[in-house]
Design a protein around this ligand. Structure first.
Ligand code: FNR
Length: 358
């Protein structure tokens, strides 16, 4: 039996991953002043040693105000870069490709960590004023965000560029722009959160301007031989919100630039009234499939993918190029090793673990 495609190497530009399983970006809410620590070392290190081909950091903010919570990770000082260099090295040493998600929380910034309820933190309680395309709070009662001026948009893009440079110097090999889940990039794309009347709002052409300018600016800094990914929320799951049709168009435009190597296809997270018709295994896979086939760009499928045969089927049938696993890899850092065994593929064991009886 030949090795399933899921466990065959995949290349993006000069970077080759040993298989097509990616640790999804997952906030750990455990940083201080944006600085990661031993928690992040073991979290990412265990999943790299567990056989994932690509291990991605949590949403890593380009500025302090771009953090979701006071305990989100950031990359905007040399101290952050030094800590992230350690994380990139830990991932690489275990045989995985180190990837970093570059993020700005936008109007969802200044929130409590989930295990403290996740509510917005008012400015008077140590929170801060979030930045957004329009002055529309993410949830009723949250601090009204500051609507960015055109020149402030340029400043934020400049912060992404500076962070991309530091990520490169820290040793990351894939950068992903986070434009999903209601955070800044997504909030420009969605008509629900973007009510601007200038060049950055209105019809899709205007709403995608921020993402297109961001992509171009980051690509100018990110080395030409390293891949750049973009995570999108393919639908808002609300009437009048962003649709998969618009996402296919955005993806076409990203593909046409030749600057983006993969669209990571998630959904939702923007509007509190979102209604997902059915949360079944692989419920977002049709988005990855649609973008891949209709926009002609590699895609990542994510969301409730937990079974090895399901992950293998998605890749084998060309529905996506890679699968990203979140919660399944939290529950079992060695999910790829167990999946390899189940599928009859050689387990991606680090040499230190070769004596393990799988
Ligand atoms: C997430 N998710 C997420 N997504 C993202 O783009 N950036 C992030 O930092 C986070 N943070 C995060 C934290 C935690 C604890 C969870 C569980 C999830 C979403 C994640 O990447 C993934 O898209 C979803 O979890 C769906 O995939 P699974 O978990 O069903 O495999």
């Amino acid at each position: 039996m030949s090795t399933p495609l899921l466990f065959q190497p995949i290349s993006f530009r000069s970077v080759t991953a040993r298989n097509r399983i990616v640790l999804a970006p997952m906030c750990q809410f455990s940083a201080h002043d944006g600085l990661g620590n031993d928690w992040h070392v073991q979290h990412l290190g265990a999943r790299a040693a567990g056989g994932a081909g690509i291990v991605m950091t949590e949403a890593t903010a380009v500025s302090a105000v771009g953090r979701i919570t006071p305990h989100c990770m950031g990359l905007y000082t040399q101290a952050h870069q030094a800590q992230l260099a350690r994380l990139a090295a830990v991932i690489s040493h275990a045989g995985a490709v180190p990837a970093i998600q570059l993020a700005h929380a936008g109007r969802k910034a200044s929130a409590k960590v989930p295990w403290e309820g996740g509510a917005p933190i008012p400015v008077e309680d140590g929170g801060w004023v979030p930045l957004a395309p329009s002055n529309l709070p993410a949830v009723p009662g949250a601090t009204v965000p500051h609507a960015l001026t055109a020149s402030e948009i340029g400043d934020v893009i400049g912060q992404f560029v500076a962070t991309a440079r530091m990520a490169r110097d820290a040793g990351f090999q894939i950068a992903e722009l986070h434009a999903a889940h209601g955070y800044l990039g997504h909030s420009f794309l969605s008509p629900v959160s973007n009510h601007r009347t200038d060049a950055y709002g209105g019809a899709l052409e205007g709403r995608m301007r921020f993402l297109m300018e961001l992509t171009e600016a980051v690509r100018g800094e990110w080395p030409a031989d390293l891949p750049l990914w973009v995570r999108l929320s393919c639908t808002d799951w609300v009437p009048g919100g962003l649709t998969i049709e618009e996402t296919v168009e955005v993806s076409r435009r990203l593909a046409a630039t030749g600057m983006v190597d993969l669209v990571d296809c998630s959904s939702g997270g923007l509007a509190p009234n979102q209604a997902i018709p059915s949360l079944h295994p692989g419920y977002q896979v049709p988005f990855a499939e649609a973008v891949r086939h209709r926009a002609g760009i590699a895609t990542g499928a994510v969301g409730l993918i937990t079974e090895p045969t399901h992950a293998a089927e998605i890749v084998a049938n060309g529905r996506a190029d890679v699968v990203l696993l979140g919660r399944a890899l939290l529950a079992d850092p060695a999910w790829p090793l167990h999946a390899a065994k189940a599928l009859g593929a050689p387990p991606p064991l680090p040499p230190q673990y070769l004596r393990a009886a799988l």
